[in-house]
Write a protein that binds this ligand. Sequence first.
Ligand SMILES: Cc1cc2nc3c(=O)[nH]c(=O)nc-3n(C[C@H](O)[C@H](O)[C@H](O)COP(=O)(O)OP(=O)(O)OC[C@H]3O[C@@H](n4cnc5c(N)ncnc54)[C@H](O)[C@@H]3O)c2cc1C
Length: 75
Amino acid sequence: MPHINDPVMYVQDRPQCDPDQIRIIHVGMGASGLLAAHKAKKMLSNYELVCYEKNDTIGGTWFVYLDAALSDDGC
Ligand SMILES: Cc1cc2nc3c(=O)[nH]c(=O)nc-3n(C[C@H](O)[C@H](O)[C@H](O)COP(=O)(O)OP(=O)(O)OC[C@H]3O[C@@H](n4cnc5c(N)ncnc54)[C@H](O)[C@@H]3O)c2cc1C
């Protein structure tokens, strides 16, 4: 059993009730990722958001089908 003077024990220098930072990982920066980032910025204060996107740019399906989205009929 670890002793209080044992160097492997770590006592945090803050109250336990202090709110922890929320850490969010979002995979994909399509519409869902953009909305998640927007909502996090609007509704959260103490957070870290890391977004991963496999494409060179954000937008997901809406970017991939940009030409179709800009066409007259939208299809
Ligand atoms: C032709 C077409 C027309 C559509 N028209 C409409 C419409 O008019 N209105 C409507 O509401 N919806 C439409 N949709 C549905 C559309 O897919 C959704 O509206 C919206 O784009 C879904 O957003 P999303 O963020 O969930 O997914 P996506 O837009 O697919 O985004 C997912 C993102 O995650 C990334 N990703 C995936 N895997 C990984 C990984 N392993 N690591 C990192 N990044 C990753 C992708 O590259 C992509 O950028 C249409 C879909 C298609 C195909």
